[in-house]
Design a protein around this ligand. Structure first.
Ligand SMILES: *[C@@H]1O[C@H](CO)[C@@H](O)[C@H](O)[C@H]1NC(C)=O
Ligand SMILES: *[C@@H]1O[C@H](CO)[C@@H](O)[C@H](O)[C@H]1NC(C)=O
Ligand SMILES: *[C@@H]1O[C@H](CO)[C@@H](O)[C@H](O)[C@H]1NC(C)=O
Ligand SMILES: *[C@@H]1O[C@H](CO)[C@@H](O)[C@H](O)[C@H]1NC(C)=O
Ligand SMILES: *[C@@H]1O[C@H](CO)[C@@H](O)[C@H](O)[C@H]1NC(C)=O
Length: 684
């Protein structure tokens, strides 16, 4: 089931988006504005909501002492190989907690792969402690073994000593801890790659009971076949390094030696096997079966997994007797959870394949959250727009609010937005990644009505996202004291629970003019000119755009280009989601202002942006780089100062074009599309 889910998630990104070609949320048009209200009275009533200066970040869950994500972690002590682990840790730190069991092939691989252990040593953030437990009777040996595994890698790294000082191994099994930790591990439901016990079940008339072996499926983004819920015939395929007609119609049983995983699966697929089970020879650990380089571009079309050598299975097969194999996942306790710097219990999401890098990403997110908290303590006038409002369907979430008076004193506007889920666990979250847009209308007769103020992409099934986006140049959209905000995604998406605060403040760092005297003059955006939007990214894409002529209004002191651009859909080159596109705003025929989405399609393009707020460990292919966006992240506006590119006394022109690898897009079918809003921003 889980494999199927992920494949659907993946296919969804690649293909379904293409069905949405041209999708763009229609600008909201409201004819129902309540014009007759007494604005002053309303404004007075709303005043308490407009909290000025130093709004402390409030922890919602302060007094809740349960065991759900968001609850506070109570203090605890746990005996470790080196003494005792005491929570809370003195220095403000986050903790990731992992309970090992060797009944899981995923976890066996997590702890025996050098790449995984190297990721632990190289990437565990400095403020993070890791507590390693075992679910089994063998906890003492497990703890010694886990520590031994990391020692080997850590001793060769300059980070080794420091990281080891933050790793804690407990010889006491989880079932004997006597504190609340087991409660969390046992009660937090979990399904997916890193949860549950994936197994192969072998049956033969020679045995009364089946032989059940732990299994690890091949890497999710390499072999996209999946195991059916039925028994398969198992047949010996030797080492799989050459074709074997005997495996036709069966699952091939092959050794781990002689050639690459790719060669084995390719040969067995060519021999018409319906799946492959590679067994680790005695003494060898289970490995994460993956492709290397060019291999990854050959679709093999059958599933594969790795198990340990089962002598009884091997003997019976060699004796020419019938063996069947089927595939199951037995539920298990959760193997991972975290405690953030504020002492709050957190889920750690999906580990798509066995590497500690995923725990590091979660811990990196904890660091990001701390930074966000600090940012929120800066002085600002905060205007709440949505407080845990459900966003779903045609209308999304909508609210009308009063803006602070004295608007001209502010030159910074930030959106503080979060997308969470109806319940407290990630399992209640919407499954798919969709574009989320915020529109604002303050004056129905203004051309600025229902322009886009912010854009995000929702996470695959994780409810922790919170981001601050600086949209200061768009302040002219707020051209009235009372504005209606509409936040929406595709109407068929499952609900998200949105919180949105506007943060107005003053800055001497941005939107300023440094005078000859060295003094700083704060500037104010006062006019926007809408430029180009995107559209279908096909052969005709650039023909749609004509150069725009403009002159600079008097009293202007600075001119900026502001654009929010995302690529979606999937043509044969993966455009616009997974292909490298570039976007050019040519000013006066000379200045080629260029933005290139060069990480689109790269394996870790978005995983590397966790420190910027990309939600880690989502239940989908969140790791891949994308065309100007990431799942579970705000879309960063692109800003370019054009002041020195312009003719201040005469006519100017600006022209946009978008390219695929430096040329006009030219897909043969199924073109992708670009969602863009772009403006000239005039400051005075
Ligand atoms: C884990 O299980 C495998 C096979 O069942 C075995 O070879 C290995 O020694 C075990 N490792 C530990 C640490 O118990
Ligand atoms: C893993 O790393 C250890 C220590 O660096 C080394 O001895 C061992 O050969 C490595 N194993 C593999 C499979 O690369
Ligand atoms: C194997 O599966 C086939 C087809 O489902 C079934 O007819 C046969 O009895 C099974 N054999 C064993 C040994 O389980
Ligand atoms: C910004 O600069 C002005 C004048 O240069 C100064 O009065 C003001 O205190 C500064 N504000 C901040 C937030 O630094
Ligand atoms: C702008 O730059 C891109 C590449 O960076 C190039 O392909 C394009 O031709 C340039 N356009 C102009 C008009 O200079």
């Amino acid at each position: 089931m889980t494999e199927i889910c992920l494949i659907i998630a993946f296919v969804f990104c690649l293909f379904i988006n293409a069905c949405l070609t041209g999708f763009q949320i229609q600008a909201y048009s409201s004819s129902k504005l309540r014009l007759s209200h007494n604005l002053d009275e309303e404004r007075r009533n709303l005043e308490p909501l407009i909290q000025t200066i130093h709004l402390k970040y409030q922890r919602k869950h302060n007094d809740i002492t349960g065991f759900e994500p968001g609850d506070n972690a109570a203090p605890f002590q746990i005996k470790t190989l080196d003494g005792e682990f005491n929570y809370p840790v003195q220095k403000k730190s986050s903790v990731v907690i992992h309970a090992f069991t060797n009944k899981s092939a995923f976890l066996e691989c997590l702890w025996s792969s050098n790449a995984s252990l190297t990721d632990l040593v190289e990437y565990l953030p400095e403020n993070t402690h890791a507590l390693f437990l075992s679910l089994d009777d063998s906890a003492a040996e497990d703890a010694l073994w886990m520590r031994e595994q990391v020692y080997h890698i850590a001793s060769a790294s300059h980070r080794g000593k420091d990281v080891l000082s933050r790793l804690h191994f407990s010889p006491v099994p989880v079932f004997a801890l006597g504190n609340w930790i087991p409660k969390v591990l046992y009660s937090w439901g979990c399904s997916g790659h890193n949860c549950g016990l994936a197994q192969a079940v072998f049956t033969s008339i020679a045995w009364n009971i089946p032989v059940i072996a732990k299994r690890l499926n091949a890497r999710y983004d390499w072999l996209n076949g999946h195991w059916d819920q039925k028994p398969y015939r198992l047949r010996d395929g030797g080492d799989g390094c050459s074709p074997a007609s005997s495996v036709a119609g069966a699952v091939a049983w092959v050794t781990d030696s002689g050639c690459s995983f790719f060669t084995k699966v390719k040969n067995m697929a060519a021999s018409k096997a319906v799946g492959v089970l590679v067994y680790a020879s005695t003494g060898h650990p289970i490995k994460d079966m993956d492709c290397i380089g060019e291999e990854c571009y050959t679709a093999l079309g059958i599933p594969a997994a790795m198990v340990h050598l089962e002598a009884s299975v091997d003997n019976i097969l060699r004796a020419g007797k019938e063996v069947n194999v089927s595939f199951q996942t037995t539920p298990s306790p959760n193997f991972f959870f975290g405690i953030d710097q504020q002492g709050v219990l957190c889920e750690t999401g999906w580990l798509l394949y066995p590497t500690f890098r995923f725990l590091s990403w979660q811990a990196q997110w904890f660091e990001y959250q701390e930074g966000l908290r600090e940012h929120l303590e800066r002085p600002a006038t905060v205007v709440p727009v949505f407080d845990r409002v459900q966003m779903q369907g045609e209308h999304g979430a909508q609210a009308t609010v009063d803006l602070p008076t004295g608007g001209l004193d502010y030159n910074v506007l930030e959106l503080d937005a979060s997308l969470s889920c109806p319940g407290r666990r990630d399992e209640t979250c919407a499954h798919w990644d969709h574009t989320v847009q915020l529109f604002v209308c303050c004056d129905h007769f203004s051309p600025y009505c229902n322009m886009e103020l912010g854009r995000w992409i929702s996470a695959f099934r994780r409810g922790i996202g919170r981001w601050i986006t600086d949209v200061s140049p768009l302040m002219p959209l707020l051209n009235n004291g009372r504005c209606t905000f509409t936040m929406k995604t595709v109407p068929w998406a499952m609900p998200w629970v949105v919180t949105l605060n506007l943060r107005f403040s003053q800055s001497n760092q941005s939107a300023i003019l440094i005078k000859e005297t060295g003094n700083v003059e704060r500037l104010q955006p006062f006019k926007l000119t809408s430029l180009f939007d995107g559209g279908t990214f096909d052969k005709g894409y650039n023909k749609r755009f004509q150069p725009l002529k403009f002159t600079i209004p008097t009293s202007t002191k600075k001119v900026e280009l502001y654009a929010v651009i995302t690529g979606h859909g999937s043509d044969e080159y993966g455009c616009g989601e997974f292909c490298v596109t570039s976007h050019h705003f040519l000013v006066n025929g000379i200045y080629n202002n260029t933005r290139i989405f060069d990480s689109a399609g790269s394996a870790l393009g978005c995983a590397l942006r966790v420190a910027e707020g990309a939600v880690p460990n989502e239940h989908g292919t969140w790791l891949y780089g994308r065309g100007g966006w990431c799942d579970g992240l705000q879309v960063n506006p692109w800003r370019v100062d054009l002041t020195n590119q312009l003719d201040w006394s005469g006519a100017n022109s600006i022209h946009y074009f978008g390219l695929y690898e430096g040329m006009d897009p030219n897909p043969s079918s199924n073109p992708g599309y670009i969602v863009m809003c772009s403006y000239l921003v005039f400051y005075k």
